[in-house]
Design a protein around this ligand. Structure first.
Ligand code: 6R9
Length: 652
């Protein structure tokens, strides 16, 4: 179970600016007024089953559901008995309708090439890839690991799995071999889809060699299929490894979309928790489809002529829900970009927006802070006139970054949708409906339809508006994760035990007098680095796995660019000497074990770590020390009072 640390919530600066929806935007939006939102929200809370059934009817079902919701806390079943296929809803439905020749994916590679796939072409590719998987022996219910870069084949891989009912397990291309091993073995994957490499900042990031290294420890993998992206030399193990283009060349061009039960698993996605082992969140088909469809439709106000650009990697939940499934179910044109935002120069995104006439741009606060740092001149060379809506996700956005985004990118014309949600929630939970809800910089604003959010004390008592507390959700929603793969007890303990009768988000928040939510970051031992979740325990276990390290404690501290930076405190084995070289070696070690994202920003050697009398590391004190250089907080439970003085000396 996660432990809620004592965080002071009431010290935040209050932001008073309000930005009402742009009238021109509202006039053509799906939802045009606050009153319309209020009426829909009320219905979604008072008659959730009717509300969600109406939403679900906008999609294609092979067989109707018999019951909208079966709820026995914390176990939910949505659209009970309904049969559908998400690949069909993302692709076939539009080809059968009027969108066959509409671009589904416009992809730009980092070196500059552009590929456009219409919905008809996407259908061809998805069927070929689905046949390829079937012919390679992958069956409905099998788990398939996907370790690829941002190229159309990655989206195709997800849709091909969904088509045959294989459960995809996407592992972010920035993760190291060790992370692959954990995720593949935990979910018992039978196949890996990967590529030779991808381009990032002008160089090649090789992926296949990392798969090769990982597979030395993954006994369940029978098949590896490699998409050729860069053309660089890779080792192929006969009988195990196959080229994607060779298999699809002989695969059947027809592959019917499997009729999936609404509660059949669609994917597993791992995310950091409060212990060292990442959690494999399981999302199912029907509820996730309806949730991502409806949030994309209303929060991004998707219209027929939109070109939608989400900068997230498909390796994260944002990429699953809002690069692939949500927008494609809506028949939107999705722009995908392979590489770095500052390659070859810091204006790449703005160039892409002007070149492809992007209308909706969804990115992360950490990226916005980098754009600000790179300088306005990179932005001002471009017209950005096609943009009509902006969005952010991943962490709270600081009002200064919000104002810059509004002014420099949105030209004071585009609404900004600050979207709060999680891997666990599958889709947006707190976010403005942009034609209806006025924005306040730094607030994710009001709950989406059907979301019953509240701020409470640790005991579950409501906290008055204006005060900080814990954010909970009191009612089930369709796109909620159903469990943790292979570990239902942990699902219950992590999310449904902290606050009685509710889903506990792990976030602190406060609601203001207008009912707007202000998110205040994690209250558990999860660090948010550039919008990505990292568990302190994961980094600590990586450090302790190094032969020189005896014990390690890792905390997050505020960082202007990344939101949070990683501070590591390390005690060494007796015979080991603390040197700067060793510091660098340990930082590199973590990057190699987990991925570059997890590399500690600073690392200090210390004689001892502050502990309670029961032996728990007091991360709260380390956090304070890493942040302010001092410890003023309560130290009465500290076992050895001299530790803090020693730590401070170390710092000097
Ligand atoms: C979608 C995603 C979830 C955690 C979440 C919270 C933070 C995400 C936010 C936000 C404030 C926002 N978070 N969006 N905090 N405002 N708009 O990021 O999923 O990777 O699972 O992270 O990210 O702390 O609990 P995930």
């Amino acid at each position: 179970m996660s432990t809620v640390s004592e965080t002071s919530f009431d010290s935040l600066l209050r932001e008073n600016r309000v930005f009402p929806p742009n009238a021109e935007f509202a006039a053509r939006a799906h939802i045009k007024t606050r009153e319309q939102y209020d009426a829909m929200y009320r219905r979604s809370i008072e008659q959730p089953e009717e509300f969600w059934a109406d939403a679900a009817r906008e999609l294609d079902w092979f067989e109707p559901w018999t019951k909208v919701l079966e709820w026995e806390q914390p176990w939910a079943k949505w659209f009970v008995g309904g049969k559908l296929n998400l690949s069909h809803n993302c692709v076939d439905r539009h080809v059968q309708g009027s969108r066959a020749q509409k671009p589904a994916i416009i992809w730009e590679g980092e070196p500059g090439e552009v590929r456009t796939l219409t919905f008809a072409e996407l259908l061809t590719e998805v069927q070929l890839a689905a046949s390829m998987l079937k012919e390679a022996g992958v069956q409905k219910g099998d788990r398939v690991a996907i370790y690829m870069g941002m190229c159309p084949e990655l989206a195709i891989a997800l849709l091909a799995c969904a088509r045959i009912g294989a459960v995809h397990n996407v592992i972010f291309g920035g993760f190291a071999a060790h992370a692959l091993v954990d995720r593949i073995n935990d979910s018992g994957c039978v196949a890996v889809l990967t590529q030779d490499g991808g381009y990032r900042r002008g160089g090649e990031v090789k992926l296949k060699p990392i798969v090769d290294e990982a597979l030395k420890s993954c006994p369940t993998i029978r098949t590896v299929i490699v998409h050729r992206r860069t053309g660089s030399e890779v080792a192929m193990t006969p009988g195990r490894d196959f080229w994607w283009h060779e298999l699809t060349a002989k695969a059947s061009p027809n592959c019917l979309a499997e009729s999936m039960d609404a509660e059949d698993p669609l994917f597993i996605l791992y995310t950091s928790g409060t212990t060292g082992k990442p959690k494999g969140l399981v999302h199912t088909t029907g509820g996730y489809a309806v949730g991502t469809y409806l949030t994309s439709k209303y929060v991004f106000d998707l219209q027929e002529d939109d070109v939608y650009f989400c900068t997230a990697d498909i390796g994260w939940i944002t990429g699953h829900s809002y690069v692939v499934y949500g927008p494609l179910q809506n028949g939107a044109t999705v722009l995908m970009y392979e590489g770095a935002p500052n390659w070859p120069e810091p204006d790449r995104f703005w160039q892409i927006i002007d070149r492809h006439k992007v209308t909706i741009f969804y990115t992360a606060p950490t990226a916005i802070r980098a754009f600000i740092k790179w300088g306005d001149e990179w932005v001002r060379k471009y017209s950005l006139a096609s943009l009509r809506l902006l969005g952010t996700v991943g962490e709270p956005i600081n009002p200064e970054a919000w104002m810059w985004f509004h002014r420099e990118i949105g030209h004071e014309r585009c609404p900004i949708a600050d979207t709060w949600w999680q891997t666990e929630t599958g889709g947006h939970m707190i976010a403005p409906i942009p034609g209806a809800i006025a924005a306040k910089p730094g607030s994710a604003t009001v709950p989406f339809f059907g979301v019953d959010a509240a701020v409470v004390t640790k005991e579950g008592e409501p906290v008055p508006d204006g005060h900080g507390g814990l954010l909970i959700i009191r009612k089930p929603w369709p796109s909620m994760a159903r469990t943790i793969y292979g570990n239902p007890e942990r699902y219950v303990a992590a999310y449904w035990s902290e606050i009685p009768g509710a889903y506990f988000t792990g976030d602190g928040a406060r609601r203001d007098a207008d009912g707007y939510f202000w998110l205040m970051g994690r209250v558990d031992d999860v660090i948010n680095v550039s919008g990505h979740r990292l568990g302190t325990a994961e980094i600590e276990s990586a450090l302790v796995a190094h032969p020189a390290v005896a014990e390690a404690a890792v905390v997050g501290r505020p960082d202007d660019l990344k939101g949070q930076a990683i501070s590591a405190f390390v005690t060494l084995e007796e015979h080991v000497t603390a040197t700067d070289d060793l510091k660098q070696e340990l930082r590199k070690w973590v990057a190699k074990e987990i991925g570059a994202l997890a590399r500690p920003d600073d690392l200090r050697f210390t004689q001892t770590l502050p502990k309670t009398r029961s032996g728990k590391i007091m991360r709260r004190l380390l956090r304070e020390l890493a942040t302010t250089g001092e410890v003023k907080g309560d130290t009465t439970t500290l076992e050895d009072f001299t530790v803090i003085a020693k730590l401070r000396e170390q710092d000097e």
